[in-house]
Design a protein around this ligand. Structure first.
Ligand code: DGL
Length: 276
């Protein structure tokens, strides 16, 4: 692995932004946690909506996109750290990314370890995109942490698309959730891992189906804590007194992104289109 860049203590590096990306608006669920824990940091959020859904792409395509995004964010925004706010991209490409780039990189993997620690019934479930569900990375997490635990691994199509449309509770969401969560109903699972960053926005709809007895887990807070400790280890924290600034970018339609992102972030958001 290349050494982390040696530009640590200067003021310049402290105010440089943190790059955060996903295929779409799902990564905003991670950005919300990052903002809360790191209120002085600047961020550049990139939604790769021209290529959504990532969950139906193969490893080669995902590695390609992730390289392009990282090159862009480094060259144009001089990011000091990258947060891959996407389980699918992390499971497919985090190794390649870390090998190629010399900047701290935080990934997002399904919170299997936490679910395994929490479960009393020794039964857990994970819902994720088709790509994550089939990935070696997820299989390895299950093998490493779930000895003696029954794991329902459920790949879901089209759920992320509902969130992309800003549909968090409607009939189509309920139909999809009923279809995917049907196996959970009588299974006695007590932990449900949300293995896609779009899904935390569906929490209310999911609870309505699985009931309050099932604990929902996503990686957002853990990712924010990990990012904070890396910033501190590499002396990269932003110590400026100003509030954080966030730039929102999309490779898709900026009007559509701004509308849905404003709804999800509960504040007015303006974005602009980028192409690379
Ligand atoms: N939000 C992404 C994830 O965490 C991917 C959604 C998609 O584009 O399929 O996996």
């Amino acid at each position: 692995m290349p050494a982390i860049e040696e530009k640590r203590i200067s003021k310049k590096i402290n105010t440089r932004p943190i790059g955060v990306f996903d295929s779409g608006v799902g990564g905003l669920s991670v950005l919300l946690k990052l903002k809360r824990l790191l209120p002085k940091e600047n961020f550049v959020f990139l939604a790769d909506q021209l290529y959504v859904p990532y969950g139906e792409k193969n490893k080669k395509e995902l590695v390609n996109r992730v390289y392009k995004i990282t090159d862009y964010l480094r060259k144009r925004h001089d990011i000091k750290m990258m947060v891959v706010a996407c389980n699918t991209a992390t499971c497919a490409a985090i190794g390649e990314l870390r090998n190629k780039y010399s900047l701290p990189i935080v990934g997002t993997v399904p919170a299997i370890k936490k679910a395994a620690e929490n479960t009393k019934t020794k039964k857990i479930a994970v819902i994720s995109t088709p790509s994550t569900s089939k990935s070696l990375a997820l299989q390895k997490l299950i093998k490493d942490y779930c000895q003696g635990i029954k794991v329902l691994n459920i790949g879901c199509k089209d759920l992320e698309d509902a969130v992309e449309r800003g549909e968090l509770m409607g009939g189509e969401v309920r139909r999809l959730l009923f279809k995917y969560l049907d196996r959970i109903k009588n299974s006695k699972i007590d932990q449900l891992v949300l293995g896609c960053t779009h899904y935390p926005f569906l929490k209310q709809a999911i609870v309505k189906i699985v009931g309050p007895g099932v604990n929902l887990l996503d990686g957002g807070e853990g990712i924010a804590r990990h990012a904070k400790s890396l910033l501190s280890n590499y002396l990269m924290e932003n110590n400026a007194e100003k509030k954080e600034k966030i730039i929102y970018l999309t490779t898709g339609d900026p009007k559509k992104f701004s509308k849905i992102a404003s709804k999800l972030m509960k504040e007015k958001i303006k974005s602009r289109k980028v192409a690379f």
